[in-house]
Design a protein around this ligand. Structure first.
Ligand SMILES: Cc1cc2nc3c(=O)[nH]c(=O)nc-3n(C[C@H](O)[C@H](O)[C@H](O)COP(=O)(O)OP(=O)(O)OC[C@H]3O[C@@H](n4cnc5c(N)ncnc54)[C@H](O)[C@@H]3O)c2cc1C
Length: 378
């Protein structure tokens, strides 16, 4: 059987996981990544049981579990500390097959990269365009080189250049969600603690234990596009003064250089993610707001499903099958995340009271079933 070659654009979680999945499907895959050091970003993220199941399918879960810190369940609280919802760790383990864990994005990227054969990832190289002819794709690279392959995978994130050429929708189609998110890593030991989301008036704060006596947090509040970077730290962080312990202490234990601010965007779901021999995965296909913490998790699911389709079918059949298997779930979570993001920005006291009642009174059965659906991968 002739070797089938793929080029993957983007060395983030989606691109590296896809390289592992294609390797398992018998393909030869190369990844090009524009950054010189793709693991340089200092931000952290949470991975849920569905992500760990996808990583297990790629035989890459062990190093990720070693780098991550499991949360002892999940809580939603009010700004004064009242617990509005509590799913303890043992319930998560029993109902969802595991707990969530938090880790540095750099550690996830390194864990995936280390599973690849040497030479699979080329850094400091950008995809600048591509042409599909005669059943092959010719990809132009920023170093002046070209690659001619049987499959091009766009794993190049929310501002994907591969997507722009494939679907004709560039970054101008991104939808600003109405808020930035500040993320940080604090020198603060939470010990064994649940993952926490605290909902206040027009502000939210999330908190997860990390390894090494550190804590990962995120904070958000509605703001005009671009203002997150301009507002001084003392101004936005004052919004959390008087919130329950340890929110102010965690903020105080975070050096400026360990805080990153990002304006939040997503895209409206689209009817296709592929054409011919070009396909999108991860944020290039379905970028969502981070309110469910599912962006990376869904990217890992994409990789596994795409790999499986390519192992079992020729490219022309594999790509539509991959889309059919993935679109409903990923697009549904994009819609849910956007809606949750809106509810999280409510500032009107009556609306906030209503939100609290809805969280506190939600019947446990349907709520746990909904979570189980989200956290289940196959
Ligand atoms: C504030 C915030 C919090 C989040 N929290 C979570 C969370 O807790 N859990 C979770 O699961 N998800 C979370 N996410 C979502 C998550 O970050 C993304 O879904 C995930 O990074 C998608 O992975 P990706 O590989 O598709 O894209 P990316 O991580 O964006 O990687 C794309 C890669 O492609 C490279 N690239 C871009 N263009 C080119 C080019 N032309 N040529 C070569 N390389 C290129 C980039 O340098 C980058 O390395 C969060 C997102 C935000 C904004």
């Amino acid at each position: 059987m002739t070797t089938r070659r793929a080029l993957i654009v983007g060395g983030g979680p989606a691109g590296l996981a896809t390289a592992l999945a294609l390797r398992d499907a018998g393909w030869t895959a190369e990844v090009v990544e524009r950054s010189v050091d793709p693991s340089a970003s200092g931000v952290a993220l949470t991975l849920w049981p569905n992500a760990l199941a996808a990583l297990a399918a790629l035989r890459a879960d062990k190093p990720v579990r070693e780098a991550g810190c499991p949360a002892e369940g999940n809580q939603i609280r009010a700004a004064d500390g009242r617990v509005l919802d509590d799913v303890p760790g043992p319930v998560m383990a029993e109902r969802f097959g595991g707990r969530g864990l938090a880790l540095l994005r750099a550690d996830l990227v390194a864990a995936l990269r280390d599973q690849l054969s040497p030479g699979t990832l080329r850094t400091g190289v950008r995809c600048v365009g591509w042409t599909e002819t005669g059943g092959r794709v010719r990809v132009d690279l920023s170093d002046g080189g070209t690659a001619t392959v049987d499959l091009l995978v766009g794993a190049d994130g929310i501002r994907s250049a591969v997507r722009r050429q494939l679907l004709g929708d560039g970054p101008d189609r991104l939808r600003y969600a109405g808020y930035p998110v500040w993320r940080g890593v604090a020198r603060h030991d939470l010990g064994v603690a649940p993952g926490l989301l605290t909902m206040g008036r027009a502000a939210q704060f999330g908190l997860f234990p990390l390894t090494g006596g550190r804590a990962y947090w995120f904070a958000t509040m509605p703001m005009r596009r671009g203002w997150g970077e301009r507002v001084p730290r003392r101004v936005w962080s004052a919004r959390f003064d008087g919130w329950h312990d340890p929110v102010p202490r965690v903020l105080a234990a975070t050096p400026d250089e360990d805080i990153v601010v990002t304006d939040i965007y997503d895209r409206a779901p689209v009817p296709r993610w592929s054409a011919g021999r070009v396909v999108l995965v991860g944020d290039a296909a379905h970028p969502s707001t981070p309110n469910l913490g599912q962006g990376t998790c869904q990217a890992l699911e994409d990789a596994v499903v795409l790999g499986r389709c390519l192992r079992e079918h020729p490219v022309e059949q594999a790509l539509p099958r991959y889309e059919a298997a993935r679109r409903r779930r990923a697009d549904g979570l994009t819609r849910q995340a956007r809606m949750l993001g809106r509810v999280g920005t409510w500032g009107n006291p009556a609306a906030c009271w209503l939100r609290e009642q809805m969280i506190r009174r939600a019947p446990a059965g349907p709520r746990l079933r909904q979570m189980a659906e989200m956290f289940a991968f196959e």
